[in-house]
Design a protein around this ligand. Structure first.
Ligand code: BG6
Length: 510
């Protein structure tokens, strides 16, 4: 099928997807790692099966392990089969596998970057990759700086006055605190200008997160109510039912606040609270998001009414007994790392002054669910006669980010019958039975956007820096010790989180 025919097909299916990226080479540093196997290569394969990649696109894996091209291809075939494509199409795979190749080398080995450069030049000449490069840093964060220097050392970083592009995609965590994030950014800045850096927050690739923008700004009915006059409070929950599994070593250096709240939850918050941008443009949108983050005043880290951290103890998960955090693999016995974090955040601006935003995340909670709740205020006066049986509750909009993406709106209705009884009812929208097509994975969307040069769904440096400024004082306070509450695995977190949200309000779900 010609590129033109593919284009026409794509237009017929989905106009956005009509944009097929230019030829390029995607270079993945950390090619034998978990993320490459579970997400990146399956996402690239999926894009290829939908004919959304140009035929010239090549993928080069770089890692310390000594693998041949064929061994790398075999490992990636296994990865694609295990992660989402169990019924792999052999003919398609053959075509995809021909795009894959491998360059072994340590991340601080200058010769490895020279070998990489030579390999990339061969791909340009033989496959028509046109000098376009997407360097994907999927290695451990301590290697981000050395890899960027290695790329630049081999003269592979962006050059002025060329027709080709060089982009650097960086996985989270971007730093482990404010100081290290600034240091990393200072290191990158002279080598990779901001417009060439794509900082991944995979939550922004989730359909229901992108839909927040459309829900708010392409409908008339929500935006007029989206403010302090009608909203009592907002909740953002990122709950996981898994424990830390085999990631205890990494997780113990991170904790729930760094791992989820600093990035995913604050990104969702900024989309929920932002002002409408003047145009659908990457920088106009990110300008508005960063204004929200700047309007968040310091959180009182020492007050349990503003910040609660906790860790799970032994409990139950899906009918079987599970270990407490301290008994997980590679977690040191003296650990003070939190596996649960809840914050009460204010957004001090004209739209939101006085409306609390409650954020929480945790491992080993009862369910895997990410949800946004807009809790509207009570009606000022309920004109119902005395003696009415009423379980009226205030309106609530719930946006389900995962699983079962969708939204539901709760309002009060009269119960049928001769009496004037009222109770809450719901209107529900689910992606699954509305669109009858599967949402692309977050990584598919984000990889395609990087290849297209669209940074809208990537975190700009000022957003990342401001998010660190918000959580850094908490992390500093907690590193001194202080209260670390506990909750039993399989429950909705510690009682202290109930006190944080207050007696008048309740966590949903919970
Ligand atoms: C990652 C965190 O960023 O997000 C993990 O490092 C977490 O600890 C994961 O499990 C959750 O992502 P998702 O897409 O499954 O909600």
């Amino acid at each position: 099928m010609s590129v033109l025919e593919r284009l026409e097909d794509a237009v017929a299916g989905d106009p956005r997807l009509a944009r097929i990226p230019d030829p390029a080479v995607v270079v993945i540093f950390g090619a034998t790692g978990d993320l490459t196997r579970r997400k990146l290569v399956p996402a690239l394969y999926s894009l290829a099966t939908q004919q959304l990649l140009p035929p010239e696109l090549c993928v080069v894996g770089v890692s310390r392990r000594d693998l041949s091209h064929d061994e790398f291809r075999a490992a990636m075939r296994e990865a694609v089969k295990t992660h989402g494509h169990s019924d792999i199409d052999e003919a398609l795979w053959e075509g995809f596998a021909r795009r894959l190749s491998y360059v072994p080398g340590g991340f601080d080995d200058a010769e490895a970057y020279d070998r990489l450069r030579a390999h990339l030049e061969t791909l340009d000449a033989e496959r028509g990759a046109r000098g376009n490069r997407l360097f994907y840093l999927s290695a451990a964060p301590e290697f981000f700086g050395p890899i960027a220097r290695g790329i630049a050392g081999a003269g592979l970083n962006p050059r002025e006055q060329t027709d080709s592009y060089v982009r650097l995609v960086i996985e989270k965590p971007f730093g482990v605190d404010l100081a290290s994030a600034r240091q990393l950014n200072d290191e990158l800045e002279p080598l990779f200008p901001e417009e060439s850096v794509y900082r991944i927050d995979h939550y922004l690739g989730k359909e229901a997160v992108q839909n927040l923008f459309v829900l708010r700004f392409a409908n008339t009915i929500f935006e007029p109510l989206w403010n302090r006059q009608y909203v009592d409070h907002v909740q953002i929950t990122v709950a996981e039912n898994i424990g830390v599994g085999t990631r205890g070593g990494y997780y113990d250096t991170s904790g729930a606040t760094r791992d989820i709240l600093q990035n995913h939850a604050l990104q969702v918050l900024s989309l929920v609270a932002m002002e409408p941008p003047s145009a659908f443009d990457a920088d106009r949108i990110r300008d508005e998001k960063v204004k929200v983050l700047r309007a968040i005043p310091a959180i009182d880290a020492a007050s349990p009414l503003h910040a609660v951290r906790a860790r799970y103890t032994a409990g139950w998960h899906e009918g079987r007994q599970v270990a407490g955090y301290l008994d997980e693999q590679s977690v040191p016995p003296e650990s003070i790392t939190e596996t649960y974090s809840a914050l009460k955040v204010e957004v001090d601006n004209a739209r939101w002054a006085g409306v609390p935003f409650f954020l929480r995340t945790g491992k080993r909670l009862p369910q895997r669910v990410t949800e946004l709740t807009i809790q509207f205020s009570n009606v000022p006066h309920m004109p119902l006669p005395d003696g009415v049986r009423s379980t009226a509750e205030a309106n609530r909009l719930i946006v389900r980010i995962q699983p079962d993406e969708g939204a539901s709106l709760r309002f009060v209705s009269k119960v049928p019958g001769p009496r004037l009884d009222v109770r809450p009812v719901g209107m529900d929208f689910a992606y699954g039975n509305t669109f009858l097509r599967e949402s692309p994975s977050a990584y598919e969307r984000l990889l395609l956007d990087c290849l297209l040069g669209d940074p809208t769904l990537f975190a700009r440096w000022d957003e990342v820096e401001r998010a660190w400024e918000i959580v850094d004082p908490l992390l500093q306070e907690w590193s001194k010790g202080g209260t670390l509450a506990e909750y039993e695995a399989g429950t909705w977190g510690p009682p202290e989180a109930g006190a944080l949200i207050g007696p008048e309000r309740e966590w949903k779900p919970g």
